[in-house]
Design a protein. Structure first.
Length: 268
């Protein structure tokens, strides 16, 4: 501060330094005289003094949550920490230092929570992905013997499809779900997440069990895509109101062709 500043009104930085005990004896005495004799300086001093809050107590909950191990590792990785510390702290008072520390803790906690939140969202299965996983697990238990029972006559098949379609709000006719070279075996309603899931089962003489599965969906229309689950090929797509998947052991190019035929008939 020096004699140059004497006779002037002290700045907030000078008053803060006085409060923090960072001034030498002469400058401290000068501030004390101004506080005693200048009402404006006294009021400002009182205002700034109110900020001397119990920082330890205020930040205790944050300190408890702070990722101490991570912060210690970060500090240990900073080169020449001792050499740089004096230079960094030279013009920083108690409040500035505590504010910086608090901000660091808060930022670290916020990052940790954000990562946890992102991790949770990533680990939570997407609705469409989850139902296909459930179907694949169920169908992986099927063998040709599972579907060896007679499929019934045309009237019985139509009745099954009509009942299943009514539960889904989707008209299903034998000609719409027929696939060349693949034998229709049965249509039934299963339960998925408290929603009806239609399974139309087929038996392919070359590759074994196959199924066209349908659920109601609010995800909107999506073009066909493919994946492999439990050693089976899957072609899946959706309309504005329903999600579909064709799953089986047949080669993927054949599965794509069969799915394209069924999709065209269901949309028509």
């Amino acid at each position: 501060m020096s004699e140059v500043n004497k006779g002037q009104t002290p700045t907030d930085e000078q008053l803060t330094a006085f409060i923090d005990g960072e001034l030498d004896a002469a400058d401290s005495e000068w501030i004390e005289r101004l506080i005693a004799g200048d009402e404006r300086v006294a009021e400002r001093f009182e205002f700034l003094s109110r900020s001397a809050l119990p920082f330890g107590e205020a930040f205790e909950p944050l300190l408890a949550e702070a990722p101490a191990a991570k912060l210690d590792a970060m500090l240990a990785a900073i080169p020449s920490a001792k050499e740089n510390s004096k230079a960094r702290l030279a013009g920083i008072g108690r409040r500035g230092l505590l504010a910086a520390i608090a901000a660091s803790f808060i930022a670290a906690i916020a990052v940790d929570r954000a990562v946890i939140g992102i991790g949770h969202r990533l680990s939570k299965p997407d609705e469409d992905t989850e139902w296909r996983a459930v179907v694949a697990e169920y169908l992986s238990l099927y063998t040709a013997d599972t579907l060896s029972a007679p499929a019934g006559d045309a009237a019985q098949q139509a009745a099954q499809l009509n009942d299943v379609g009514a539960r889904l709000g989707l008209p299903l006719k034998p000609e719409a779900i027929a696939m060349p070279g693949v034998e229709f075996k049965r249509a039934q309603i299963l339960n998925y997440d408290s929603r009806p899931l239609a399974q139309i089962a087929y038996l392919d003489p070359e590759s074994g069990p196959m199924a066209l599965c349908i659920v109601q969906s609010t995800k909107g229309a999506a073009a066909p895509d493919m994946e492999n689950r439990r050693g089976m090929n899957v072609v899946y797509w959706s309309s504005p109101t329903h999600a579909f998947m064709l799953i089986g052991h047949a080669p993927i190019d054949r599965m794509q062709q069969l799915a394209a035929d069924v999709r065209a008939h269901l949309i028509a």
